[in-house]
Design a protein around this ligand. Structure first.
Ligand SMILES: [Zn+2]
Ligand SMILES: [Zn+2]
Length: 342
């Protein structure tokens, strides 16, 4: 990563003399005016003048009295002899970067100065309130819509019918095909078939990409160096995959019983397990569920609500309930069902 040092160049803002050396010529070689460090720029790569002195002192300081640049170590301005204790450093130019094989052209000083001037004259933009107002309006609209569509009104409903259902879920011990990485194949797997498969990827170094960078040192010189970084490509990492069969309990069927009136007895269906134990084809129960549903009608609209068994049994045909109904969609909210006994 060797670094080379070159002269920046500058133009005289008074007489128009161009491409003077920023480190060597601190005054205009034509009219004698002091150098203005804001008129420094990068030269064309092919016209660059090397600086052999390798020590970089640091960015120049600007004389507060006459605005001419002085070496960082200077105590008094060499143009007007004013003390430099309060002096500010020159503003560094932005770093330039080119890919390998591309060359640096001369920087367009006029274009840069025009851009800086335009930036200074641009009206300082305050963060606008427009966006916030707009967001607030949308939020209010959304909240309003949610409120509007969730309005409910209370109404009465009467029982028109009953239904119930009971379900026994039944599992069967069966051979099930499955697949896993071979190092995590479950115990009891059989008929195992191994094969190679992509398990992950890794990054592998694959040459370098390089670019050239030139950086303003602020003392009338710039340094140019080559910066390289390693390129990577991703490469698959293979692992051993296993397809296998394993005997497992899996859902196989349900034994369902149901009825549609209050009078018939509520019973569980016969689960009729084929064989119990842990043989292939053996069956076992895995959970029972039951559901009691009331047929209701409100304003000529029929609907069903699932309720607790005790309420279901205590609600004969014609029993009256209070229930809330959504005003926009007309659907009854079963969670609000309560008896009208008061
Ligand atoms: Zn001049
Ligand atoms: Zn001065």
């Amino acid at each position: 990563m060797e670094e080379q040092r070159f002269e920046m160049i500058w133009d005289c803002r008074y007489c128009g003399n161009k491409k003077m050396l920023a480190r060597t010529h601190r005054h205009c070689t034509t009219c004698g005016a002091p150098q203005d460090p804001t008129w420094r720029y990068f030269p064309d790569e092919n016209e660059a003048i090397a600086v052999l002195d390798a020590t970089i002192e640091g960015a120049d300081v600007i004389c507060p009295a006459c605005k001419s640049p002085n070496a960082k170590s200077a105590e008094f301005c060499r143009n007007c002899a004013a003390p430099l204790t309060e002096a500010a450093s020159v503003k560094l130019l932005g770093e330039q970067s080119r890919a390998d094989g591309q060359s640096f052209a001369e920087e367009d000083l006029k274009a840069r100065r025009d851009a800086e001037k335009a930036l200074r004259n641009a009206p300082t933009s305050r963060p606008s309130q427009g966006n916030w107002t707009w967001l607030l309006a949308v939020a209010v609209l959304i909240i309003g819509a949610i409120w509007w569509f969730s309005r409910t009104k209370e109404t009465t409903a009467s029982v028109t019918g009953h239904s119930w259902q009971r379900e026994i879920k039944i599992e069967r011990f069966s051979p099930i095909p499955a697949s896993a990485w071979c190092d995590s194949t479950p115990l009891g797997a059989y008929n195992i078939r191994q094969y190679r498969d992509v398990r992950s990827t890794r990054q592998v170094a694959d040459g370098q990409t390089c670019r050239n960078v030139r950086r303003d040192n602020g003392d009338g010189t710039y340094s140019q160096r080559r910066v390289c970084s390693t390129k990577y490509r991703s490469e698959p990492v293979y692992g051993l995959r296993c397809d296998f069969v394993i005997n497992t309990w899996t859902y196989s069927r349900s034994a369902i019983s149901n009825g549609s009136n209050l009078e018939s007895p509520v019973v569980w269906a016969n689960s009729a397990l084929v064989k119990t134990g842990t043989c292939l084809g053996c069956e076992r129960e895995n959970g029972r569920t039951e559901k009691y549903s009331l047929g209701l009608v409100s304003n000529q609209q029929p609907f069903n609500c699932d309720v607790a068994e005790s309420l279901w049994r205590a609600s004969p045909i014609g029993a009256v309930f209070q229930i809330r109904v959504n005003e926009s969609f007309g659907n009854a909210l079963c969670g609000t069902l309560k008896s009208n006994s008061k």
